[in-house]
Design a protein around this ligand. Structure first.
Ligand SMILES: *Cc1c(COP(=O)(O)O)cnc(C)c1O
Length: 490
């Protein structure tokens, strides 16, 4: 995929070279204070051109949505419209400081306020906090709110949170981090929550249920009303993992389905960039009874202040920060990842209600198109109408695993799907095309996978050693994650 050869030279530093040129000194020189001077910092000495080439070469090794198709299931790797960036670099947004007084930051507060309103409307909630910095962070905030709600009512016996076995690993992790106990609920043969087990677990020790809907199989919960009823009837709350909201925009609202709290992943559904560990944003939405517990501060607007003797200056500053009465507190410094809020606001405002509905309709259409074409080659264990993604099995040629197919895809310039997740599907490939890909791109993906299957039959070793075109080939992924070497000096 990468056609540019690697430079042979690894060590570029050469004593005395610099990447800067300063004008001749025209003021008297004065020494730096001694405490600011460090000896032997051992930085590379390098020319400006070599420095530029070094970083440009590194950037060209990046795999990104701007360069390649990225059907990474559950991650919603949709195109990030460039108009978002235009908005985010506007000076009023990008040069403001979080400690600026409220009356000097009304534009920023207005944007946050209206984003809160958009998210409320989109998902059917009574209140929103924009604080959390990721989906998992939103989960943690949500679980703390659920716990706080029960404790505030003197209901101290509740310690368990029920989680279907198709859930993302962050769900049980958030529960454990909150000091509660995660209890696994099996799935039935159609990929739904197993209703009988759920009902048998619902009692007065249950804080609530964490449900991803559509779930990580890409399937809409067919018994959603019965599930919500079972949980609410025992006094529990419904947590919605909103990572898969891209299937529902303008079609169904989690708040209307009975969810009490949900996180949004702005970096998935609402096109703020992600991958590479960049800043995320995971606002939480809540129903009326959880509103007092939201993490804060949130942005509010002064109501009905226009009377004859309202000073003009007050009319200009309607937005203010406030802490909900029984708030679980802050979960993030200042006001969340503000730059991401600007991008998500821009995306929502550009599309509007009809545009958002079209997003989800097309996301579902694209996923079902791929499922119909790929399902002929790769078995789909829970085979019913899918939402924005689906899960197939990759182990169709004896001795060749899903991992080998995933790695070979890289040689064709395609990011592998999510693999070996969800855990309930053996050798899983979880494929999410998103709405932003054309039919041509999807057809190319199908043809590449078909070609790879032929290679698996003819020369399986070539697959088992893939990828072959990348700067480094098959990695030991465990060692790469557990013992990363991030600095060449070790
Ligand atoms: C991505 C994802 C999460 C976690 O969200 P982050 O923003 O990555 O922290 C949780 N649940 C599901 C189903 C997801 O796909």
């Amino acid at each position: 995929m990468l056609l540019i050869p690697e430079p042979l030279l690894f060590e570029l530093s050469s004593p005395g070279r610099t990447a800067f040129s300063l004008p001749t000194l025209d003021v008297p020189a004065s020494p730096l204070p001694q405490e600011l001077v460090r000896e032997a910092v051992n930085l590379p000495e390098i020319s400006e051109l070599d420095l530029v080439r070094h970083y440009v070469h590194l950037s060209q090794k990046n795999f990104s949505i701007d360069t390649h198709f990225y059907p990474l299931g559950s991650c919603t790797m949709k195109y990030n419209p460039k108009v978002n960036e235009t908005a985010a670099v506007m000076e009023g947004f990008n040069r403001s400081h979080p400690l600026q007084p409220e009356d000097m930051a009304q534009g920023n507060l207005a944007l946050m306020y209206h984003l809160q309103e958009f998210l409320k409307e989109i998902a059917g909630f009574a209140g929103i906090s924009l604080q959390p910095a990721a989906g998992a962070h939103g989960e943690f905030a949500g679980v703390l709110m659920m716990r706080a709600y029960h404790l505030a009512r003197g209901d101290t016996r509740r310690t368990k949170i029920l989680i279907p076995n198709s859930a993302h690993g962050t769900n049980p992790a958030s529960v454990t981090m909150s000091g509660l106990e995660a209890v696994e609920i099996p799935s039935d043969e159609r990929g739904n929550v197993d209703l009988a087990t759920l009902q048998s677990q619902c009692d007065d020790t249950v804080v609530g249920l964490m449900l991803t809907n559509p779930n990580t199989l890409g399937l809409f919960e067919e018994h959603i009303e019965a599930v919500v009823k079972a949980v609410h009837d025992c006094g529990g709350l419904m947590y919605g993992d909103g990572a898969n909201l891209n299937a529902l925009l303008g079609i169904a609202r989690p708040g209307d389905l009975g969810f009490d709290v949900m996180h949004f992943n702005l970096h998935k559904t609402f096109t703020t960039p992600h991958g590479g560990g960049g800043p995320g944003s995971g606002p939480v939405g809540v129903s009326e009874r959880l509103r007092p517990f939201l993490p804060g501060p949130i942005v509010a607007k002064k109501a009905n202040q226009e009377s004859e003797n309202t000073p003009y200056s007050l009319l200009l500053t309607p937005y203010f920060l406030t802490m909900p009465e029984q708030s679980i507190g802050r979960v993030k410094a200042f006001h969340g990842n503000f730059g991401m809020l600007v991008r998500a606001y821009t995306y929502i405002a550009m599309l509007g209600e009809e545009g958002l509905r079209q997003v989800s309709l097309n996301a579902v259409l694209n996923a079902n198109y791929l499922k119909a074409r790929l399902g002929k080659t790769f078995p789909v264990p829970y085979d019913r109408l899918c939402m924005h993604e689906f899960v197939a099995r990759g182990d169709i040629v004896p001795g060749v695993h899903t991992m080998d197919i995933a790695k070979r895809l890289i040689d064709y310039g395609i990011h592998p799907p999510t693999v070996y997740f969800p855990l309930i599907v053996h050798e899983a490939m979880m494929i999410e095309p998103t709405e932003t890909e054309s039919k041509q791109t999807l057809d190319n993906f199908v043809e590449v996978l078909q070609r790879i299957v032929h290679q698996a039959q003819d020369e399986p070793d070539f697959l088992r050693t893939a990828p072959h075109s990348t700067p480094v080939n098959r990695l030991d992924e465990v060692a790469a994650a557990r013992k990363p070497i991030l600095c060449y000096k070790g």
